[in-house]
Write a protein that binds this ligand. Structure first.
Ligand code: B12
Length: 90
């Protein structure tokens, strides 16, 4: 559902929030589905209660950045402004 919505809406970023502890299963699956939908260049970020030890594997799976507890909206906005792929103006 996430990948097909991202494709349909032509998104720049997919932000995933996960608090259940299932991040090592679900986040790589979403990354794979996005790549299979041809969205390998969409920036994927995640946040929630994700232990530091899990972050390298999530990077490898395709999550560009993980935002942990205490993250401010300003930090997220700054990161997105700096890292979203530039759009071609029609
Ligand atoms: C409220 C709460 C619940 C609620 C709501 C959960 C929910 N899914 O929303 C209820 C009661 C339903 C619940 C259930 C469960 N919970 Co609970 N819950 C919490 C609690 C107390 C607060 C979480 C919260 O809302 N924090 C407030 C938000 C604003 O903070 P945050 O999540 O850290 O988000 C910040 C950053 O992480 C970041 N961020 C977060 N998401 C994103 C996304 C993007 C794109 C970006 C850019 C940034 C970003 O920005 C936010 C602001 O700084 C935490 C303990 C805690 N102190 O954190 C446990 C906690 C998250 N729960 C936990 C667990 C285990 C569960 C259950 C699996 C329990 C069970 N066996 O059923 C279920 C899972 C349900 C589910 N499907 O998610 C564990 C998770 C452990 C883990 N990750 O390994 C925690 C950490 C408790 C613990 N110490 O064990 N829970």
């Amino acid at each position: 559902m996430i990948a097909s919505t991202a494709l349909q809406e032509d998104v720049d970023v997919v932000g995933l929030s996960i608090l259940s502890g299932a991040h090592m299963t679900l986040l790589p699956k979403v990354c794979r589905a996005l790549r299979e939908a041809g969205l390998g260049d969409v920036l994927i970020t995640a946040g929630g209660i994700i232990p530091d030890d899990d972050i390298p594997a999530l990077h490898e799976a395709g999550v560009a950045r993980v935002f942990g507890p205490g993250t401010t909206i300003g930090e997220v906005a700054e990161y997105l402004r700096a890292n979203v792929r530039p759009r071609e103006v029609a």
